[in-house]
Ligand binder design. Structure first.
Ligand code: NAD
Ligand code: UDP
Length: 326
């Protein structure tokens, strides 16, 4: 990004997978960072290296409660929300409240501070899509009463709050629809596919494919996502999005299992488990909007990204460092 101005930036969910990488990057770029997290699925160890930095402040706080910060705030990245189905379904009402009440509190803070606010939305707003690949104009196919609804509908409502706050109060908002993103610092017990498969492969445990493995996802490496989020945040106020941020390289779940087994040299067998309810069958972003307006497209191949992620988990498993959420 290369911003010459030092900005005061709030990152909610800053101790999580995406948020902690964002905090690192913002500190490296010379900004002041307020990392706001209730440590539900995040880990203090993700931000421990930053804790003594004079421009870094960790605030243990639940975004469902009003957030008060003294002084100037220029940017708010609202990333707080459990992202893995295993975690967001553990307390579905809490998840919905984090999405909705949390987003409301963050736009209120943006209003008070005259700051820009960016909402981390998701490809899940498209539900189990009946249009493929998914452009931002697609309105989605979400089951409002299923087990994924707390997250999907919560994120949809958060987008609504963001856009209404712009219409009513003129708040400069940005919405990123993030597609499956992976990389170092995902939790070992996160439940998402990449961390599950890598940990299983490294331990020699069975690789758990849900369903027949023919469902697809498109995986974006963390560094590419962060570049997209920052480019979006720094666009002029009239640019709001939503923008799909994801890697259009679509893979079946079976292909991912084969790739992880090949890269780790694992002898793990494949084990099939029931497909979770409402599991989307296909997912692939159309990214022409981000390409045109932000000049963004992903650069890291799945091969490279997996290698880096496997290295991370190998090291962690080897040193037996705790990487699990409670
Ligand atoms: P994560 O679970 O690693 O991080 C979420 C962070 O939010 C955690 O540190 C958690 O403790 C914190 N949190 C949860 N509820 C909170 C609350 N009420 N108050 C304060 N903090 C709270 O997940 P992630 O993968 O880093 O995802 C970050 C954001 O990006 C989420 O909003 C998620 O919905 C979105 N997103 C991620 C992906 C992905 O593939 N990683 C895809 C789409 C969208
Ligand atoms: N999945 C799988 N085995 C696992 C974890 C996930 O087959 O151990 C499948 C899951 O059913 C889904 C895909 O991988 O089809 C991606 O799941 P994840 O939870 O990572 O993300 P999401 O479903 O939210 O895209």
């Amino acid at each position: 990004m290369g911003s010459a101005t030092k900005l005061n930036i709030v990152v909610t969910g800053g101790a999580g997978f995406v948020g902690s990488h964002l905090c690192d990057r913002l500190i490296q770029q010379g900004h002041r960072v307020y990392c706001v997290d209730n440590l539900l699925t995040g880990s203090f160890s993700n931000v421990r290296p930053l804790i003594n930095h004079p421009d870094f402040e960790f605030i243990e706080h639940d975004i469902r409660d009003t957030l008060e910060i003294a002084g100037r705030i220029d940017r708010i990245y609202n990333l707080a929300c459990p992202a893995s189905p295993r975690h967001y379904q553990r307390d579905p009402i809490g998840t919905l409240q984090t999405c909705v009440v949390g987003a409301g509190n963050m736009v209120e803070l943006a209003r008070e501070k005259q700051a820009r606010a960016l909402q981390a939305s998701t490809s899940e707003v498209y539900g189990d899509p009946d249009i493929h690949p998914q452009p931002e104009s697609y309105l989605g196919n979400v089951n409002p009463i299923g087990p994924r609804a707390c997250y999907d509908e919560g994120k949809r409502a958060a987008e609504t709050i963001f856009f209404d706050s712009r219409r009513i109060h003129g708040i400069p908002i940005k919405v990123a629809r993030i597609f499956n993103t992976y990389g170092p610092r995902m939790l070992q017990n996160d439940g998402r596919i990449i961390s599950n498969f890598i940990v299983q492969a490294l331990k020699g445990d069975p690789i758990t494919i849900y369903g027949d493995g023919s469902q697809t996802r498109s995986f974006c490496y963390i560094d590419d996502l962060l570049a997209g989020l920052q480019l979006l945040m720094e666009t002029p106020p009239e640019i709001t999005g939503p923008f799909n941020l994801g890697n259009p390289h679509e893979q079946t779940i079976r292909q991912i299992a084969d790739l992880v087994v090949a890269q780790t040299g694992s002898k793990s067998p494949i084990e099939h488990h029931p497909l979770p309810e409402d599991d989307p069958k296909r997912r692939q972003p159309v990214i022409s909007r981000a390409r045109d307006a932000l000049g963004w497209s992903p650069r890291v191949t799945l091969d490279e990204g997996l290698r880096a992620t496997i290295n991370y988990f190998s090291l962690k498993l080897f040193t037996r460092e705790n990487m699990s959420a409670p």
